[in-house]
Design a protein around this ligand. Structure first.
Ligand code: COA
Ligand code: MG
Length: 291
């Protein structure tokens, strides 16, 4: 899924927009977009929103719960899993053990709700705690429920006691570039999707487009969104364009014509196994986007 759009779980006005949105997935938020005084109301609204749209849903509805280390997460889970969310997002995790505990809690709730084991997938927001950076090489231990990871720079800055996370020109400072790179490597090592963080200036389409271009170049296959206007830009940016597809078809054709040779040339450049894999990946992404 390319675009993941947050909707604050307590906002009737924004939830009313749900069925008009073009996002590949919607994330009903119970965490940072909801004030403490509204947590209970938000939980009920999110459950009602899920119940009003029993599956299979055209557009997946995910729920971001509160951090597992706090007092709200288990109640969030107990309230929403019966609504058969298409997935759960966990913010601010610190350790793989924590993700394993969430996996077990979800497994128990799946039994209670007569859902197939493992039917509620998980995406974790990595890098919001300093500790999590040291766990990103071990995400494969969470098991098949973990479907993707994304990252957050705001909370990491708070955890580090940093005054800023970008330089004067708006580029990520080295610590946040490192976090972003660890997310890419951790996701690839675990075989899960890498989803880029939010672009918070939602009135800057050119900046968003640039941010998506860099994200896709570096290996992310989707991006979080906070505003409906960001969705089309993200979807387009993460869909292989005609040039990408033409190149990929040419690569496949070259290998077919190559009669079993592992190293070939195309337009004066070397083609070998990684290019073949990349070409196959591009065509798979194009097929998925077209669905
Ligand atoms: N989901 C659904 N609808 C949204 C939306 C969202 N994330 N963001 C905006 N809209 C709606 C607005 O309600 C408005 O519709 P209306 O005028 O009919 O009520 C329309 O889209 C245009 O919105 P706009 O006026 O441009 O923005 P805003 O000032 O109302 O809202 C934000 C700006 C940032 C507060 C809002 O986009 C938002 O709440 N985003 C999600 C924040 C979030 O969940 N953060 C947590 C993860 S970081
Ligand atoms: Mg946050």
């Amino acid at each position: 899924m390319r675009s993941w759009l947050f909707i604050p779980g307590d906002s009737e006005r924004k939830l009313a927009k749900l069925d008009t949105l073009e996002a590949d997935a919607v994330i009903l938020d119970l965490e940072d977009a909801v004030l403490p005084a509204s947590k209970t109301v938000a939980r009920q609204r999110v459950r009602d929103t899920l119940d009003a749209r029993p599956g299979p849903r055209g557009r997946p509805l995910w729920v971001r719960i509160n951090p597992l280390e706090g007092p709200l997460a288990l109640e969030d889970l107990a309230a929403v899993v019966g609504g058969r969310p298409d997935g759960v997002m966990l913010p601010k995790f610190s350790t793989v053990a924590e993700l394993q505990r969430l996996d077990a809690a979800l497994a128990a709730l799946e039994v209670r709700e007569n859902l197939a084991p493992g039917s509620v997938p998980l995406v974790a927001v990595a890098t919001e705690t300093a500790r999590s950076l040291f766990e990103l090489g071990a995400l494969g231990r969470v098991g098949p429920r973990l479907q993707g990871i994304t990252w957050g720079a705001e909370d990491l800055a708070v955890d580090l006691g940093a005054a800023a996370n970008r330089d004067e020109e708006g580029r990520w400072l080295p610590t946040y570039q490192l976090a972003r790179s660890l997310v890419l490597a951790g996701a690839a090592a675990a075989g899960v999707q890498a989803i880029d963080t939010v672009y918070t200036n939602f009135r800057d389409p050119a900046g968003l487009r640039e941010s998506c271009r860099h994200a896709r170049r570096d290996g992310f296959t989707g991006k979080l969104a906070i505003h409906p206007d960001q969705v089309a830009i993200i979807n387009e940016a993460f869909t292989p364009d005609e040039d990408d597809c033409r190149w990929a078809r040419e690569v496949l054709a070259a290998f077919e014509a190559g009669g079993g040779e592992g190293a070939l040339s195309l337009d004066g450049k070397l083609l070998d196994a990684p290019h073949l894999r990349q070409a196959e990946r591009i065509l798979a992404q194009a097929r998925q986007s077209a669905r």
